[in-house]
Design a protein around this ligand. Structure first.
Ligand code: GLU
Length: 495
């Protein structure tokens, strides 16, 4: 097969949706597998809903996911003349007719009819083109067949297809026309997109064939051109098996980036939404995906977008980073001001950091980083795990305090004993641990019960990175101060 040409054709009306990410990925994998071209086309004909910042968002999200287009972005707003030319050609060929029906009038006439949609009222009224909507005259008999690589043969009987609108009364060409003209002009070989667009495929085919038959040739019409292949990808659904919605679900790729998902993890996860890498492995390299990807293997049942599974996979990817790479990649969250000053990207959620930026110490963080790397599912969790190191005083979580200190009668006595031992024990994690075990034993406590009050006193919370390593990094002086402060807070008086 000649190198394929595929495209994604998003409309810039909002954040880059994970569903668009999945569609982009399947197009990109297909192009890479076959050595073809992956094209970005911005379908911005709806001037009221489109915004330039969303176009930028699309470009940035694709780059971030490692799927920079080979061509584009092309913009439909720059190709208006071409659509008008197509409309002229189809009009001259008698494929279109003008219609002045209002929506209400159509509804009124068709309310008791068994065939849905427009009733062809204006077909033979011979209305002038100017100032009216233009409809495409669909054949009355026969059928249009969509040979879909995912869904098989899908047949649309013409008697069920209405004469659809291709241009508004103000002359503006509609999506279905612009989409078809672009796919022809850009020599798209495969249209790979969401299944909600399946019903527009037969309309596109009818326009395509009408352009084949119309005009003089030379301008791209008037000659038989091969139709693209079709692949309509399954919907993404949420836990309740409902289609992912912008309002209900977290669907913006930007949001995942902001929380600290790694692009390679998100891309791997998106590949599983309708496709399975060979051998049952789910976590696979991008090279494996490219080598194995085939549209014929895409499943047509709805794909569950499982955020928990995505988070788990992201954690696995984080664990695989080298220690140095982890420190580097978490910097937008730990040192956003410095990263921004150097022109780098920072997540909105990272500013401000839990600590005053000047209290951050990169060397100290590097010592703690391996402990953090073992525990986070997303990079954005990192600051909350080490905030106690960079804050002058730990931020006490009241629930943790109540559980580990207030409602634990022996907690203050235990803190006093720990304080005593910590003053002159060897200040290395293993030694601090041994001392704490001994303090616990003397109080009849297992280690977990002994370290809970210490952890809350020093870090403010019951959960966090391994305690003794954290104490070592924090340093004896600070640890002693914090335990004293906790004793005082608990009403335990002086030491
Ligand atoms: N512009 C359409 C959309 O945003 C996509 C059209 C296509 O992929 O053919 O849904």
């Amino acid at each position: 097969m000649a190198p394929p040409r595929v495209r994604i054709a998003p409309s810039p009306t909002g954040f880059f949706h994970v569903g668009t990410g999945r569609t982009a990925l399947f197009n990109w994998l297909f192009a890479r597998h076959h050595g073809g071209a992956f094209i970005l086309r911005i379908e911005d004909t709806d001037t009221e809903r489109n915004r330039e910042e969303w176009v930028q968002g699309i470009v940035t999200a694709l780059e971030w996911l490692g799927m920079t287009p080979d061509e584009g972005p092309y913009r439909q707003s720059e190709r208006t003349e071409r659509y008008h030319f197509a409309l002229d050609t189809l009009w001259d060929a008698g494929q279109l007719y003008a219609c002045d029906c209002t929506r209400d009038a159509v509804l009124e006439r068709t309310k008791s009819s068994s065939t849905p949609g427009y009733d062809g009222y204006c077909r033979d009224r011979g209305l002038a083109r100017a100032g009216n909507a233009l409809r495409f005259r669909t054949p009355d008999e026969g059928e249009t067949v969509v040979e879909d690589l995912v869904r098989g043969i899908v047949t649309f009987r013409h008697e069920t297809m209405e004469d659809f609108v291709v241009a508004r009364s103000n002359g503006e060409p509609l999506f279905v026309l612009a989409n078809c003209v672009d796919d022809r002009d850009m020599q798209i070989t495969h249209v790979i997109r969401g299944e909600e667009l399946l019903p527009s495929a037969p309309k596109g085919i009818l326009i395509w064939r009408a352009l084949d038959a119309a005009g003089e040739g030379g301008a791209g019409w008037g000659q038989r051109t091969p139709l693209p292949g079709w692949a309509h990808l399954p919907n993404l659904v949420n836990e309740q098996r409902k289609k992912l919605s912008k309002r209900r679900d977290a669907v913006a790729v930007e949001l995942y980036r902001d929380q600290g998902y790694l692009p390679e993890a998100l891309r791997n996860y998106l590949a599983l939404l309708g496709w399975s890498p060979p051998g049952g492995e789910e976590k696979v390299s991008v090279e494996t995906m490219i080598a194995a990807f085939a549209l014929e293997d895409v499943n047509h049942s709805p794909a569950f977008f499982d955020v928990k599974k995505l988070a788990h996979m992201n954690g696995e990817y984080i664990r695989e980073l080298s220690a140095a790479a982890f420190v580097e990649r978490v910097r937008p969250w730990t040192e956003p001001a410095a990263v921004r000053a150097a022109g780098g990207w920072v997540p909105q959620s990272a500013t401000p950091t839990p600590w005053p930026p000047e209290r951050f110490d990169a060397a100290t963080f590097e010592r703690l980083a391996p402990l953090v790397q073992e525990r986070v599912a997303v990079l954005g969790e990192a600051p909350g795990m080490v905030d106690f190191v960079f804050l002058a005083e730990p931020a006490i979580d009241e629930a943790s305090w109540e559980k580990a200190i207030e409602r634990d009668e022996g907690a203050v006595a235990l803190l006093r004993a720990a304080l005593h031992e910590y003053r002159d024990c060897d200040w290395r994690a293993e030694a601090i641990r041994e001392v704490t075990v001994a303090v616990g034993e003397a109080a009849g406590r297992k280690l977990a019960k002994a370290q809970a009050p210490v952890r809350v006193a020093v870090t403010g919370r019951t959960v966090g990175p391994p305690l003794f390593e954290s104490l070592e990094v924090l340093g004896r002086t600070v640890v002693l101060q914090r335990i004293e402060a906790a004793i005082a807070r608990a009403g335990g008086g002086g030491t």
